[in-house]
Design a protein. Structure first.
Length: 405
């Protein structure tokens, strides 16, 4: 086998300017048993939207299991959402989570602080006390319904130099829906969630962000109207970024099945929405792809579209799915995908480059949840053939994941 350092110098030239210190000493890789000449070396990905469920819901996922799953997927950094128990809405509650992270995390983990106390939308959380340890502020899982509450949050976040990260959803427009209010819902007698429930709150927040000058980031956009609003806001000078998720770029309502693995929030929308998201990636409106990794127990996901919990897992499948369905199909380049999975999220959230991953892009296999390291197994991509197997993830100078064999 060729000297590891020589191979890295040849194959990771595009990474060296970003992560020079990570390549200073690679001697710890000499015995890993990987033929690096047959691989592609990529940056460690960064996911700004994951749910690791600890503290409070560790039967779904833990910091330990979630970070192992992330490392298997090629991620060296993630940002964890605050819908936990206790909700990290003050320094004391946030410290409960950061203590677990310090003890158990296999990769870099950056927690969010909540926008409001208990994520109830009624009283502003103690943002100042969390500012030194929270990557940003979000009430993810719930939209902030009050205009004045969001205004107050943006003013305080701007004062602290922090980003407001918003799950945009108008509760009054949900009307008990659980899938997209489109053709599938009509044909199968299901209750739909209208796209306006997403884009109406985005429109409100963009107006506030322009007025206040706050840095603003929008979670998991799914609707074509959202893309249009964000595009115009960027043209108008608003400090806004946004993310979408792999499932919104690959699937739409035509792929729905009567299975809880197809239930997420926001829902899979129409083909035109999906195509608008891809166009938004191509023209720079959509800044990054985040998984919204949301594990639940098997029982919680076994109750069909109507009664299953919202959310699917995605950390271990994101890159292979995107590489197979977007890059190999010619929709985007591999370089563009790396910008979406690594460069843009790190730049926006100030997360340092901290690792790399080693991939066999020629490896073809079927997605099998039984192989997941995540405690959550629910994915709509069961059995899909994909290319790209991660052989190794290094985070902060240590091996965080190595494939068997």
């Amino acid at each position: 086998m060729t000297n590891v350092k020589d191979v890295f110098q040849q194959k990771a030239k595009h990474l060296l300017p970003l992560q020079p210190r990570l390549f200073e000493d690679l001697s710890f890789l000499d015995g890993v048993g990987i033929d690096f000449e047959k691989t592609v070396i990529l940056p460690g990905f960064c996911d700004v939207h994951v749910h690791f469920r600890e503290p409070g819901f560790s039967y779904k996922e833990t910091i330990a299991s979630g970070t192992r799953a992330a490392a298997r997927g090629g991620y060296s950094a993630v940002c964890t959402m605050p819908n936990l128990n206790p909700v990290p809405d003050c320094a004391r509650n946030l410290a409960i989570q950061t203590d677990i992270i310090s003890r158990d995390a296999a990769i870099s983990v950056y927690p969010y602080g909540a926008i409001t106390e208990g994520e109830k939308g009624e009283t502003l959380a103690d943002l100042q006390s969390m500012a030194d340890r929270a990557i940003a502020f979000s009430d993810d899982g719930r939209g902030v319904q009050s205009d004045e509450m969001m205004r107050a949050a943006m003013i305080k976040a701007e004062e602290l130099g922090k980003i407001i990260v918003a799950h945009c959803e108008v509760n009054a427009l949900l009307k008990g829906g659980y899938i997209h209010d489109g053709e599938y819902a009509k044909a199968h007698g299901q209750r739909g969630i209208c796209s306006e429930s997403e884009y109406a709150q985005i429109a409100r927040d963009l107006k506030l962000a322009k007025e206040i000058g706050c840095a603003y980031h929008i979670c998991h956009i799914s609707a074509k109207e959202s893309v249009d609003l964000i595009r115009r806001a960027k043209d108008g000078g608003v400090d806004v970024t946004c993310e979408t998720a792999p499932h919104y770029l690959i699937l739409d309502e035509n792929d729905l099945k009567e299975d809880g693995a197809f239930k997420m929030n926001p829902p899979l929308r129409s083909r035109s929405d999906r195509l608008a998201l891809v166009e938004g990636i191509l023209d720079g409106t959509v800044d990054m792809i985040a998984t919204d990794h949301a594990p639940h127990s098997a029982q919680e996901k076994s109750k069909g579209l109507k009664d299953s919990a919202f959310g699917i897992v995605g950390l271990e499948t994101a890159f292979p799915l995107l590489y197979t369905n977007l890059v190999l199909n010619g929709a985007i380049t591999l370089d563009k995908l790396l910008v979406l999975l690594n460069e843009n999220p790190r730049k926006r959230f100030g997360i340092p480059f901290d690792g790399f991953s080693v991939w066999d892009l020629n490896a073809k296999y079927e997605i099998n949840p039984d192989e997941f390291l995540s405690m959550g197994k629910s994915t709509p991509f069961v059995g899909q053939s994909v290319f790209g197997k991660n052989l190794l993830t290094v985070a902060n100078g240590k091996i965080a994941y190595k494939a068997d064999g």
